[in-house]
Design a protein around this ligand. Structure first.
Ligand SMILES: [Zn+2]
Length: 54
């Protein structure tokens, strides 16, 4: 089960392997960062999410 990059909570997988959250892609990187639904709600823009991840 994937963990949230920001808060380390486990992210529930919904049916069809869809995550209850989102995947953030860093610019200039192939890395993907899973983010849970709660953090997605807290940090609404991609810029905010990226600043929490890096
Ligand atoms: Zn989180």
């Amino acid at each position: 089960m994937p963990k949230c990059t920001i808060c380390s909570n486990k992210i529930e997988e919904l049916f069809l392997e869809k995550l209850n959250g989102t995947i953030v892609k860093k610019p200039n990187s192939n890395k993907h960062y899973p983010v849970c639904f709660d953090c997605q709600k807290k940090f609404r823009t991609k810029e905010e999410l990226l600043s929490k991840i890096s």
